[in-house]
Design a protein around this ligand. Structure first.
Ligand code: CTP
Length: 415
């Protein structure tokens, strides 16, 4: 198999047009998920060289890695030295991603150990490095691991926060490898940013997304059409720029972005509680959620029945708290940057300026809404107004492009 691969396919590094990715795999049960990540990378036009550790090969064999990558696979520095000297793998890579990264791998990487091909590659790489840890909760939370993660982040690596969920056995907790599709999204964005430093490394950002639902009775609610896509794009881009992300998700059906702690909420009151809690130690809060301004004054414990031949009773409403105004007026930390969104149908900029002043936030992303605009769409167009008088137009484009601009403006304002 390997000789076939080596003879027929171009050697790694000889394909000039494709971005070169090293996929490091360390020895955890989640190694099987790296097969899916590998497939996504190769199918989207990346030239991938897999560098497993010896223990990773106990979970997924070399034949699988070489068949899926189209390249021979070695774990040791002295294998195939005539073909790919160990230094060249790291030197010529455009991206190194390690998924899963075990506690042992993080410790080795943080301390600069180099006892196999993957650790050598990490030391010779001068490109962006993404590490996707996966381990038991206790191992993740151990101060030794946390210090290693902090060291790696300080040096510019993007360490994706593990997901919360089912671990190897019946236990659940933080430590799960995020879904391969989402790790791929991080890789794609990090590659697109090239040599740009992950400028949100070590920062905690809070993003609210989706739309609140205010229940009338057990089956009905007052809601809105927000899909959550813009908020999720903000969460994904922040994670790829190195941030720890808390995503407060109101009634969304989108997959959890890698690196984000997702807190599901339903109503505006629940959203407020979750945002205030997460904002306590946040460097930035972005309120992308569409929050209902009003909720039914009374919640009917039983389904509201129609009464024959009678007009329906009016629905009495009460005001919901204005979360954006509240967190802007009472910053949980000095220098915390607060961003709001405004959906307007008329006099977009004038209304946006008034709203920015009224809410007291640092930045307000103003977009025009209407039929087929913004809600549920993949693309967006906006102007970001700054409390300092700045105006940054963002042309029609993917929601992630708008998200990148928002983080650029936030990063400029962070202390
Ligand atoms: N927002 C909030 N709490 C609310 C209502 C809105 O935090 N109760 C936030 C939204 O998340 C968004 C911003 O405020 O970031 C603007 O929301 P929008 O609905 O446009 O503003 P309103 O204050 O509702 O103004 P109006 O309805 O008068 O346009």
């Amino acid at each position: 198999m390997e000789s076939y691969v080596a003879e027929v396919l171009p050697r790694w590094g000889e394909t000039v047009d494709k971005p070169k990715v090293v996929l490091g795999v360390s020895g955890g049960i989640a190694a099987y998920k790296a097969c899916e990540l590998l497939r996504r990378l190769t199918e989207s036009g990346h030239d991938v060289r897999v560098v497993p550790t010896a223990s990773a090969l106990r979970f997924v064999g070399a034949a699988t890695w070489s068949a899926l990558s189209g390249h021979p696979v070695s774990t040791e520095v002295w294998d195939d030295v005539h073909e790919v000297p160990h230094v060249r793998i790291g030197q010529s890579a455009d991206l190194v991603v390690v998924a899963p990264a075990t506690a042992d791998m993080l410790a080795k990487a943080a301390h600069g150990l180099a006892d196999d091909l993957l650790t050598n590659t990490l030391l010779t790489a001068r490109c962006p490095v993404v590490l996707a840890p996966a381990m038991h909760t206790e191992m993740w939370e151990h101060p030794a691991t946390q210090e290693n993660v902090a060291t790696l982040r300080r040096r510019g690596a993007v360490v994706i926060e593990p997901a919360v969920g089912r671990l190897t056995g019946v236990d659940t907790g933080k430590g799960r490898l995020p879904e391969p599709a989402e790790i791929f999204e991080v890789c794609r964005r990090v590659l697109a940013r090239g040599a740009t430093e992950p400028d949100l490394a070590g920062r905690h950002v809070v993003v609210s997304a989706g739309g609140t639902r205010e229940p009338l009775d057990p089956v009905r609610f007052l809601g809105n059409r927000s899909s959550g896509k813009q908020g999720y794009a903000l969460a994904r881009t922040a994670a790829a720029r190195g941030a720890r992300v808390t995503l407060i998700a109101a009634n969304t059906t989108l997959p959890d972005p890698a690196g984000a702690d997702v807190v599901p909420v339903g109503t505006a009151v629940q959203l407020r509680e979750a945002v205030l809690k997460a904002a306590a130690d946040a460097d930035a809060v972005v309120m992308a959620a569409a929050v209902a301004d009003f909720r039914p004054a009374v919640y009917a414990a039983g389904k509201i029945k129609k009464k024959d031949e009678q007009d329906p009773d009016p629905i009495a409403l009460v005001r919901n708290p204005d979360i954006l105004a509240e967190i802007s007026a009472d910053r949980a930390r000095p220098g915390q940057v607060v961003v709001g969104f405004a959906a307007e149908t008329d006099d977009v900029l004038a209304n946006g300026r008034k709203k920015l002043a009224r809410k007291g936030c640092d930045l307000l992303v103003v977009n025009e809404v209407g039929e087929r605009k913004t809600f549920g769409a993949e693309e967006n167009e906006a102007v970001v107004l700054g409390a300092d008088g700045t105006e940054t137009p963002v042309p029609h484009g993917p929601k992630e492009a708008l998200a990148e601009t928002v983080w650029d403006l936030v990063a400029q304002r962070l202390p």
